[in-house]
Design a protein around this ligand. Structure first.
Ligand SMILES: NC(=O)c1ccc[n+]([C@@H]2O[C@H](COP(=O)([O-])OP(=O)(O)OC[C@H]3O[C@@H](n4cnc5c(N)ncnc54)[C@H](O)[C@@H]3O)[C@@H](O)[C@H]2O)c1
Length: 372
């Protein structure tokens, strides 16, 4: 199979979908790998590293896209739609519930679109998304701490609180919605600094299973609107980290709720890639990472791990490579038959929506996946 690795073009996206060691494994299995020049540079890999591993390096994006299987990090942007064509197998983060326009293009062009974020094990875990969410939770914590500072000369001064406090002062109060990979990693990082953290989680069984294993500054409790509303007036940092796989993020915060938060507090909506948990959330970019609504500093970056590529490229490719090898070695149909987790990753195939959560969020008809 001919496998393409284009350079990422999303704003400040520094990751790459495959490291040279991955190329080596695929080449050893008899595949051809085409990497776009410069694709790995920000992750610490030169074109020569890829050539040494057995790839050919293409100058143009077109050559990297002109393959049977294309592996990427982020969803195709409008300038890449021209590369999409029938029977192309595309394996990447897609988050289609938040980008219906792209879903429509993939349907119309009859692409086989497999989303990293819905590759799902039988026990419900999301093995590729989970690794990036661990990174994103920690980056979110770092950004929240920074935006809470009052820095002269910036357009968006935070409340001016040291997240962990010192003797004689109170630490920041943190509220996290969703006790999954993002939520718990953000909680761990912020509690480690000394902040007081409350995590509201919808799943009772998850709340119970976590109760005894967390840092003393972290309290995980069952989500209710009453609890949420009672915590908002004292909340310095709020992190959106709720997910129902494939679906639009749950709308947990209305504008009136955001208004209850103190002026200068910080909302990092990590769930923005699935559309965001707040009525006031809209995607931001690294060029302009924050905006203020109702006195609250909002940061809604859809590619948080992209800012730490030396960490996240290794972690991402470690999780995705086994599935890439399955597709390359068996073809997509047989790979999906052999591996139920991968089959759940297929969002769109032959002009049909195959993932139920994605179909429901887009209001489109769902067709069942062959092996699940
Ligand atoms: N912005 C980024 O760069 C970035 C990076 C990685 C992940 N993400 C996103 O972060 C979000 C969380 O990902 P994750 O891997 O932590 O998911 P996860 O599945 O590990 O955890 C999500 C948690 O949210 C809980 N939940 C669902 N509905 C809820 C509700 N109504 N109220 C409270 N809790 C609720 C679930 O029970 C689960 O425990 C996803 O949207 C993911 O795509 C964003």
């Amino acid at each position: 199979m001919r496998i393409g690795v284009p350079r990422e073009i999303k704003n400040h996206e520094h990751r790459v979908a495959m490291i040279p060691a991955g190329v080596g494994r695929l080449v050893a299995d008899g595949h051809q790998v085409v990497v776009q020049a410069g694709a790995g540079m920000d992750s610490g890999f030169s074109d020569n590293d890829y050539i040494t591993a057995g790839a050919s390096v293409a100058e143009s994006a077109k050559d990297a896209w002109d393959c049977d299987l294309v592996v990427k990090v982020k969803e195709p942007l409008a300038s890449e739609y021209g590369f999409l064509r029938p029977n192309l197998v595309l394996f990447t983060f897609l988050h289609l519930a938040a980008v219906p326009e792209l879903a429509w293009v993939l349907l119309k062009k009859q692409v086989c679109a497999i989303a990293y974020e819905t590759v799902q094990l039988d026990d419900g875990r999301l093995p590729i998304l989970a690794r990036m969410s661990q990174v994103a939770g920690r980056v979110a914590a770092q950004l929240a701490v920074r935006f809470l500072q009052k820095e002269n000369g910036t357009a968006f001064p935070g409340k001016g609180i040291l997240a962990g406090g010192v003797a004689g002062s109170s630490p920041a109060s943190v509220l996290i919605l969703g006790a999954g990979n993002v939520g718990l990693n953000a909680a761990d990082a912020l509690a480690g600094l000394g902040a007081n953290v409350v995590v509201l989680e919808a799943s009772r069984s998850r709340v119970h299973s976590l109760k005894s294993s967390l840092h003393e500054h972290i309290d995980v409790v069952h989500f209710s609107d009453e609890r949420l509303h009672s915590l908002l007036p004292d909340c310095d940092i709020l992190i959106g980290a709720a997910l129902v796989p494939g679906k639009h993020a749950p709308g947990l915060l209305k504008r009136d709720d955001v208004r209850k938060m103190p002026a200068g507090s910080v909302l990092i909506d990590v769930s923005i890639d699935q559309g965001g948990i707040s009525e006031t959330s809209r995607p931001t970019t690294y060029e302009s990472p924050v905006y203020v609504e109702e006195g609250v500093i909002h940061c809604c970056l859809p590619n948080l791990p992209g800012s730490v590529p030396l960490t996240s490229t290794m972690v991402l490719t470690d999780a995705s490579l086994p599935y890439i090898q399955l597709i390359a070695n068996h073809g997509v149909d047989e790979a999906a038959r052999l591996n139920a987790a991968l089959s759940r990753g297929i969002n769109i195939r032959d002009g049909k929506v195959l993932h139920q959560g994605v179909a429901e969020s887009l209001g489109w008809k769902h067709q069942s996946v062959w092996s699940s």
